[in-house]
Design a protein around this ligand. Sequence first.
Ligand SMILES: NC(=O)c1ccc[n+]([C@@H]2O[C@H](COP(=O)([O-])OP(=O)(O)OC[C@H]3O[C@@H](n4cnc5c(N)ncnc54)[C@H](O)[C@@H]3O)[C@@H](O)[C@H]2O)c1
Length: 317
Amino acid sequence: MRVVLTGAAGFIGSHLAERYITDGHVVLGIDSVLTGSQRNLKTVSSNTRFSFLERDVSGTWDEIERRVSQESIDLVLHFASPASPVDYLAFPIETMLVNSLGTKNAIEFASRRKARFVFASTSETYGDPLEHPQRESYWGNVNPTGPRSCYDESKRFGEALTAAYRRVRGTDTRIIRIFNTYGPRMRRDDGRVVPNFITQALESKPLTIYGDGSQTRSFCYIDDLVEGIVRCAASTELSGKIVNIGNPEEYTIREFAEIVCEIAGVPLEATACQLPVDDPSRRCPDISRAKAILGWQPRVGLREGLGRTLAYFRANP
Ligand SMILES: NC(=O)c1ccc[n+]([C@@H]2O[C@H](COP(=O)([O-])OP(=O)(O)OC[C@H]3O[C@@H](n4cnc5c(N)ncnc54)[C@H](O)[C@@H]3O)[C@@H](O)[C@H]2O)c1
């Protein structure tokens, strides 16, 4: 199979590239390295079935088209987009462009080349949810102009565009709503709670807990997410559908901080910080659809996944 993967140099994209290469496929990775790094592609860069193009996918696709003009393309995975709040608050316009124009370019390419298209959406499309846990049928509770809107609303636009291509052009689409994922190759400074807490614990600094720490999150280990994405991309039953991929085990941020410190072998010390604007109070996926259609559910427990992530952070100071 020939795969075009946008966002290949990012956290999730690099793991996906590795998986598709390991499974014997040919991958063209495209990335502007806005928030990612070619270092993430160390394990695949010398493989002859992997090639890389440094490009902004919100701009022209002429060079991408040229690269694969003679080849049939089976699958387009659109994963390019800043994903952490620190990144999308630093690049709000780029974030809106990659999820709108970038998605249009990627799905137009997939549609013309008769390839399957997978859009990496997010649990953020549910906003601060009024339904719990969140099923795919829930429309969400999103502030359309708040600071997070550049991400939430552009992902919602990307979903709507994907649905329109499906309706009008019959493109073979799938939308994956990804919930908090963690693991090796997250950037230390990406501002998300997992690298924040791990870095602070390893440096014996107090953990920064926003609000009173009673807000909940669920954390999916990267290997589980990749397995879910691969199954989703391969499933014919999921064509035209949306699926949540995430770990439904829910922890308060305070409980999570305690587990990180336990694994790092340090006592928990915390400093309280103000809750960010529009921070969701609860977040937990309903994964019944992924279970029923894909036979997928997370396998890696939080302590095991955190142990592996901590080892990565220790080895890559
Ligand atoms: N990590 C999570 O927990 C999570 C949760 C929900 C959704 N997602 C989605 O998964 C995808 C990957 O997230 P991630 O955590 O790997 O983030 P990341 O920032 O590590 O990776 C994103 C990659 O996209 C690239 N990129 C950004 N804009 C680009 C552009 N215009 N053209 C080409 N490349 C561009 C970046 O350079 C980076 O390498 C994103 O679409 C994100 O919205 C991630």
